[in-house]
Design a protein around this ligand. Structure first.
Ligand code: MG
Length: 390
């Protein structure tokens, strides 16, 4: 498709901009250490470029149209559905990560489309019931296979999603697959992953540290006073009080959480800019050589770790959550035992996985593709009942 925009006149375009125009606009805006889509290493199965979307825009759209992405709305982040419907799900967590990561990316002049695709894919592989589900699947598999939610996200987008006649999976660009691969092998994140990848990893930490505290307060698992032992929280409270007098507890809590995000994002940006300047970073090659450049200052990192230790002790190990984890674990074990002899009932993609990696691995991957509610129903259903199709 060619552009109908008269050259150099500033006249609004009559038709949509071409992908080429969008990529040129992008390249003019991006910092020299960012990843421009015109330099993408492309896709495993070559495809013609889209007439008016860049490759990373297409990746983002492919992820949001996938079944795995829709299932995130019915999957636990930390708190289960029986605890109410106001807290974060895996989907809203993903959207908060994307939002924070895009803010960071724009401020650093990185590729926002790539960042959004990376953020939307990052938790796609979470099984039902969050980390409890992940641990249960690992226990079920033992020596017979392996399961990690980061790796499973790749399995979904490379093999299990079936939407296109020409290839299995979503045929995402190399940069998105490699970025998610770096998340699956954390050491790669410290070995010079693209800044877009580093930004999404940092945004993930900021999102869950702040929203888990927020949800735990809203659900009554924590009280505001419990958090004042933490420097990060106390400083955020003080900043809010300097600006406002808020009587309403919930309004105050939300103002502090907002301040907390602002503190963490601001510090991360200042530290990253400082790193980029200090090392005179002027290319992606510099990034690859220097390793981790997107991180908080030493002082804030220490405070953020203290918040994480606190959440681990007082929220993730709260008796209510431990009871949920135990139930989820029992259900996954029961479903795994139920399905192992029925592996031939699973759909074609899982048959292919079973042929290549063994029936145990295929059953674990199938269970990871269920929502919390589907797993609950399967655990309670007779062994002859038909299985949710994936
Ligand atoms: Mg996450």
């Amino acid at each position: 498709m060619s552009s109908s925009r008269p050259a150099g006149t500033g006249t609004p375009a009559v038709g949509p901009p071409t992908a080429q125009e969008l990529m040129l606009r992008e390249a003019a805006w991006l910092a020299p250490y960012a990843m421009p889509s015109m330099q993408s290493q492309g896709r495993r199965y070559p495809e013609p470029e889209h007439p008016y979307r860049t490759p990373y825009q297409r990746d983002r759209d492919r992820i949001t149209h996938s079944a795995a992405y829709r299932r995130l709305s019915y999957k636990t982040q930390v708190f289960t559905g029986e605890m109410g419907q106001q807290h974060r799900t895996r989907l809203t967590h993903t959207l908060e990560v994307a939002s924070i990561a895009r803010t960071l990316g724009r401020a650093l002049r990185l590729n926002e489309d790539l960042i959004e695709a990376l953020a939307l894919v990052h938790d796609l592989g979470h099984p039902p019931f969050g980390h409890a589900g992940e641990q249960a699947l690992q226990q079920c598999l033992g020596e017979a296979g392996s399961f990690s939610h980061n790796q499973h996200a790749l399995t979904l987008v490379e093999h299990l999603e079936r939407r296109y006649p020409a290839f299995p999976g979503l045929n995402l660009t190399w940069e998105v697959l490699h970025g998610q691969g770096a998340k699956a092998q954390q050491r790669l994140l410290d070995q010079g992953a693209l800044l877009e990848v580093q930004v999404v990893d940092a945004a993930d930490n900021i999102a869950y540290d702040t929203h888990d505290a927020d949800d735990a307060l809203t659900l009554g698992l924590l009280q505001l006073d419990d958090l004042t032992q933490l420097d990060l929280w106390r400083h955020a409270q003080a900043a809010v009080r300097r600006r406002w007098t808020i009587q309403d507890r919930l309004l105050f809590q939300r103002a502090v959480v907002r301040q907390l995000i602002d503190t963490l994002v601001g510090d991360l940006l200042r530290t990253t800019w400082d790193n980029l300047r200090r090392h005179e970073v002027s290319s992606r090659q510099d990034v690859a050589r220097l390793g981790r450049l997107v991180h908080p200052s030493a002082e804030i990192a220490e405070q953020q770790q203290a918040l994480e230790r606190f959440l681990f002790q007082h929220v993730y190990r709260h008796p209510q959550l431990l009871a949920m984890r135990k139930r989820a674990c029992e259900m996954i074990h029961a479903c795994y035992e139920q399905l192992l002899p029925r592996v031939e009932e699973l759909s074609q993609p899982f048959q292919e996985r079973a042929a290549r990696h063994g029936p145990a691995q295929a059953v674990a991957e199938y269970l990871a593709c269920l929502t919390d509610e589907e797993l609950l129903q399967l655990a309670q259903s007779p062994r002859t009942q038909s299985l949710p199709r994936r």
